[in-house]
Design a protein around this ligand. Structure first.
Ligand SMILES: [Zn+2]
Ligand SMILES: [Zn+2]
Length: 207
C-alpha cells in the first residue's frame, strides 16, 4: 500500500487536499507533482472525481523514456518561515483591516486608496501581541519553520528538492526527464513532477 496523502496539496479550494479516484487509478497532486497507483493499491479514503478525465492525457507516455535512479538529494535545511517570522501565527493586518488596500479622504473630501505597505498587500502579518483572532500560518502550518527551497538539476532541468525528497521515498523509484517534466515509476505506481516553478498540473476538479 502506498500512502498518497503526502503528495496531496493544501488547496482545498482546488479539491486536491485528498487523493481521488478516476477510472482504475487513485491520484494525488499538489499541482507540482502528480502520483497515481491502481485503485486496489491506494491507502486511505478517496473521493471519486468523474470529471477529471484530464488525468488520462496527463499520463500519455512519450516514447523513449530512459529511466534511471534519482541523483543524491541535498538534506533538508530548516529556515525561519517568512510568512509568520517564526511565530507560527498570523493576524489580519490592522493598517488595511485585512483588505490589502488602504483608503483615506483628503481635507477636500476626495477619496484616495493605495496598496498597503504594512503587509505588502498580503492582508496578513506575523502575529503581534494583543491582536485579535490570530490563525495558524498556512506556509509553515504553525511550526514557524519552512524547508529551504533547494533545486536539483537532472539532465539540465531544475527540480524542486522538497518535491524530489517525497518522490525518493517511493519504493524502487526510477525517473526520466522529458519536456521539462520528470516522469517516475515505482513499485505499484507512477507519477510526474514539473520543473522548478512550473505549475504544470494546476487542476480544478469537481467533486
Ligand atoms: Zn509560518
Ligand atoms: Zn495591510
Amino acid at each position: 500500500m502506498i500512502d498518497l496523502q503526502k503528495f496531496c496539496g493544501h488547496r482545498w479550494d482546488l479539491q486536491i487536499d485528498k487523493p481521488f479516484t478516476h477510472g482504475d487509478w487513485t491520484y494525488a497532486t499538489n499541482c507540482y507533482c502528480v502520483v497515481r497507483v491502481p485503485v486496489s493499491q491506494a491507502q486511505g479514503a478517496s473521493v471519486t472525481k468523474p470529471s477529471a478525465n484530464v488525468m488520462e492525457e496527463m499520463f500519455a507516455k512519450p516514447n523513449g523514456l530512459s529511466y534511471r535512479t534519482l541523483p543524491a538529494l541535498p538534506p533538508e535545511e530548516p529556515e525561519t518561515c517568512f510568512g509568520c517570522l517564526g511565530i507560527g501565527k498570523i493576524c489580519k493586518c490592522s493598517d488595511c483591516n485585512g483588505k490589502g488596500i488602504v483608503y483615506w479622504e483628503s481635507p477636500s473630501g476626495k477619496e484616495y486608496s493605495a496598496d498597503c505597505d504594512m503587509c505588502d498587500s498580503e492582508c496578513w502579518i506575523p502575529f503581534v501581541e494583543g491582536a485579535k483572532n490570530p490563525v495558524e500560518c498556512e506556509y509553515c502550518e504553525g511550526t514557524g519553520k519552512t524547508v529551504k527551497q533547494d533545486k536539483v538539476t537532472i539532465d539540465g532541468v531544475f527540480f524542486d528538492a522538497e518535491q524530489l525528497r517525497k518522490v525518493a521515498t517511493l519504493p524502487n523509484v526510477e525517473a526520466a526527464v522529458h519536456n521539462r517534466c520528470l516522469w517516475f515509476r515505482f513499485d505499484g505506481g507512477e507519477g510526474k513532477l514539473s520543473s522548478h516553478g512550473d505549475y504544470k498540473f494546476h487542476l480544478t476538479l469537481a467533486r
